[in-house]
Design a protein around this ligand. Sequence first.
Ligand code: GLN
Length: 520
Amino acid sequence: RQQQRRLLNHFISKAPEQTGQPIPFRFTLAVKDNIATTTATVNSSPTSASSDPPQPTPALPTTCASHFLSTYRSPFEATIVSQLRARGARLVGKTNLDEFGMGSHSTHSAFGAVSQPQSQSDPPGNNLLQLSAGGSSGGSAVAVATGEADVALGTDTGGSVRLPAAYCGVVGFKPSYGMLSRYGVVPYANSLDTVGLLASGVGRIRELIVGGGGGGQGGEGHGLWEEWDARDPTSLSVAARRRCARRREGYSPQEKERGVLKRVKFGIPLEYNIEELDPRIRDAWAKAAKTLQDEFGARVVPVSLPSTRHALSAYYVIAPAEASSNLAKYDGIRYGTRDTDSGSDATGGVLYAASRGKGFGEEVKRRILLGSYTLSSKAMDNYFIQAQRVRRLVRRDFNRVFALDNPLHERETFDLTDLDESIVMEDKWGPEEVDFLLCPTAPTLAPRLEDIMNQTPVDAYMNDVFTVPASLAGLPAISIPVPLSETATDDAEKSRTAGLQLIGQYWDDARLLAVAEAVL
Ligand code: GLN
């Protein structure tokens, strides 16, 4: 059973083998199990000339790795899944995650913990010595790392695509907030949730987001960034997309050659060089900065983002607050598995409490309690309102260092005298305006599952310290793997990689992807 569990732990359900003539496809796709899917195969390919067409298979469940939804089958499909099918995706299965996306190691799952693929056989038999695959989209990162999927869908609220990408040695991209449709994606924290893509290289992701790969036919040619979805109220409107694109004119996303980097200026945010940063990651970061400068001819300058140190606390107030509201609908009556032990004469309250008590895991309950508390009338001003202020400061820090304007927020000045006095109020921090920020994705390499089990929840939250700032500001960010080999001391370490993150200004996704592709 253990063996089976280990083999299956990154997939929650797999698409059945195809019978009959296989449908032509351009790439295989794994989908995080908090994204709604219906049938595994769709029998609608216009190019299929088969006389024996494959039958549509039954719906795959959408469980969010929760006991509450363990048998749930969605009657509709997420827009992003349909968009990818139209571009030639074949769904291979639904991947494991932290329940409802809440976690950093894919260990809070009703289906067991995910582990990083390179560590799965080492040493055999002891799961706890295996390494974390990162979370919450850990299953998606493993599916890409093992080659079972060319592309995987994840969700990134505070780093859940970028952190697993860093731990598993693959590429993870979080787009600008509002770019990709969230219709059919089970919400965790609406003001932060984005759909992200994982792949082994940047090229495939860039082709899907920016377009141009499929010759312009059958929905393959134009990029996902252009597609507004009327069914997602946070999908950026057509007019706003146009306005953002106009502001980006002259910054051609088509330049693929190495020369693209010559005109680019990278900022090294000094506040990300924290004491807890693993020295091997610090070395890889410094080396990458040097390579950009010496080999690619880019300019690299230090920058300051002073509100960074408050970002993590603000995130862990805002995200649970929104989650506590989102998860209220799971009551065992309208949504979720009903607790049948309560008896048929149980009142609503008893049934509700019993169903939620059994249906949710520990971490989800912790977030609900935290969120309900910070939104309560006595605590609201001290926590939720304060966190929203910090969020604005984080956004302003970014707007200050980027050369491009944020098309959604003009540069502004605030009177925030009630906050930390070390925060300087001028609109611009200094003369250096950069195109992208280069920083680590996580402060450490993938830890062992055993060590994670002994961590406090706050220790686990610390892993997100470098990913949440871009989430709070809604900015695009990508994690790319870089080798540790230079500083590695043994063979096992020589094959390990660290994740480095590039962060761009809002709606500068196309250029971010072009630069990431040139660097990798
Ligand atoms: N680890 C973060 C959290 O638990 C991020 C999760 C995510 O991006 N879905 O909230």
